[in-house]
Design a binder for this molecule. Structure first.
Ligand code: SAM
Length: 411
């Protein structure tokens, strides 16, 4: 079994090295299976589709260093020209409640208004620490936004016509009840998923039938609906309230159904080209994950793609900051859970996976892409699909699906 995992990882590293996109950097990190970026952040505005090409933009969000450094300031440049700086000191108790071990997180918010021009190539953000050291934070690609502005305005108009859930319904899946943040996260999430697929060598044009497993109130399905009329959209969730909300409020083209906590799904075999799970296995026991993986092998077509978000290094270090024995268990086994007090399937029950454990778990799949903390091989992404969760892109190995179908037919 072990040799299969390592050959899978080796194969993945080899593929990375073949690419000219700077993947070497991440492959170095992958070798010891402990890639960890201590810079944890979220840029809440402006999302790409809200960016003003010529005029003032308010850059607002939060950032902290998970370790013994403190982020004090942010410096902004357009290409090489300085545009301004701001302190990182605004109160963010909403973020701090999730990171109780670090007092600095209470004041990790920032806001800076920046005058922008469409001629800029990139707006570049740096962070400065308490010890005056500086590092590149991320780059906001103005030319990408310019190129995409027509497409994004169509998506944005389509999205504006869809209903959004109220605060309490948002809270059921997002851990916050901010409807505006929920709405603004939709298009960046679709862009992020497309990026992860494309960096893994998968084109979205191959996805005729897409399943959003654990779709909640259809947050990401709304984005596909607004931007990709050619894709057949399916979603399922075991929370009947959320499924009902979608059925009552979203267009019929978004086809949703309720499922049980465990398989099967009421779907034919080899039905989907792409299945993705955003923050779902992060709340399911290992036994149920294994059951669902078998079901995905059945309902994916041979060569079908599975994109999964999992809690990795940041989440495990944060959850077990005061429990080194639990952290050690994770180091030894590659998997652990929060104490089983939380209700399975809900945000109060958490699971944590290392890269090698995940590769072993999805043994009938080939790992096409691994994006630690949701970042790209050579840079931090401006927007993530699931905060700092690790993103995996797997491809079903051809024989797995066929064998599984044969077993299903014989049964
Ligand atoms: C953190 S929320 C994420 C929702 C959505 N994927 C998103 O990104 O907005 C997790 C979702 O998974 C659903 N879920 C948990 N266990 C499930 C299961 N066994 N089958 C289907 N859905 C499940 C929950 O009801 C919830 O809607």
């Amino acid at each position: 079994m072990k040799s299969t995992i390592w050959s899978s990882i080796r194969h993945y590293l080899f593929r990375c090295l073949q690419k000219k996109n700077g993947c070497e950097h991440s492959s170095e990190k992958l070798k010891n299976d402990s890639s960890f970026d201590p810079v944890i952040y979220s840029l809440e505005s402006p999302k790409f589709h809200k960016f003003v090409l010529n005029g003032s933009n308010l850059f607002k969000g939060w950032v902290f260093y998970f370790g013994d450094k403190k982020v004090n300031q942010i410096y902004v440049y357009a290409d090489a020209k300085p545009l301004g700086s701001c302190e990182v000191n605004l109160a963010r108790y909403d973020v701090a409640t999730h990171v109780p071990s670090l007092p600095a997180v209470e004041n990790c918010g920032f806001e800076i208004s920046v005058e922008c021009k469409e001629s800029y190539k990139k707006i570049i953000f740096y962070i400065k620490y308490h010890d005056n050291t500086k590092e590149l934070f991320f780059e906001y690609d103005v030319q990408f936004i310019k190129r995409m502005s027509y497409e994004m305005s169509i998506c944005s108009n389509n999205l504006d016509k869809l209903k959004m859930p109220d605060g309490p319904t948002v809270k059921l899946t997002q851990g916050h009840d901010n409807v505006e943040e929920y709405f603004n996260s939709i298009l960046p999430s679709v862009l992020a998923i497309k990026d992860y697929l494309s960096f893994s060598g998968v084109g979205i044009e191959k996805a005729n039938n897409l399943l959003d497993f654990g779709c909640g109130s259809g947050r990401i399905l709304k984005g596909w609906y607004a931007c990709h009329p050619e894709i057949n959209l399916y979603g399922c969730d075991y929370n009947s309230h959320l499924v009902k909300w979608i059925k009552n409020n979203l267009p019929e083209r978004i086809s949703v159904f309720e499922n049980d906590l465990t398989p099967p799904l009421d779907c034919p075999s080899s039905n989907f080209d792409l299945i993705y799970l955003i923050s779902v296995f992060t709340h399911l026991t290992l036994d149920n994950q294994k059951r669902w993986i078998k079901e995905f092998e059945r309902i994916l077509r041979p060569d079908g793609i599975l994109l999964v978000s999992l809690h990795g290094e940041f989440y495990v270090r944060n959850a077990f900051f005061h429990h080194p024995e639990k952290l050690q268990l994770f180091r030894d086994q590659g998997f652990t859970t929060t104490n089983n007090e939380g209700l399975e399937g809900s945000n109060s029950f958490g699971t944590f996976h290392s890269l090698s454990f995940a590769v072993q778990l999805f043994e009938k799949f080939e790992l096409l892409g691994f994006f630690p903390q949701g970042n790209l091989p050579d840079r931090r992404r401006v927007f993530h699909v699931a905060l700092s969760q690790d993103i995996y892109v797997f491809k079903l190995k051809k024989n797995s699906s066929i064998q599984h179908n044969m077993v299903a037919e014989q049964a």
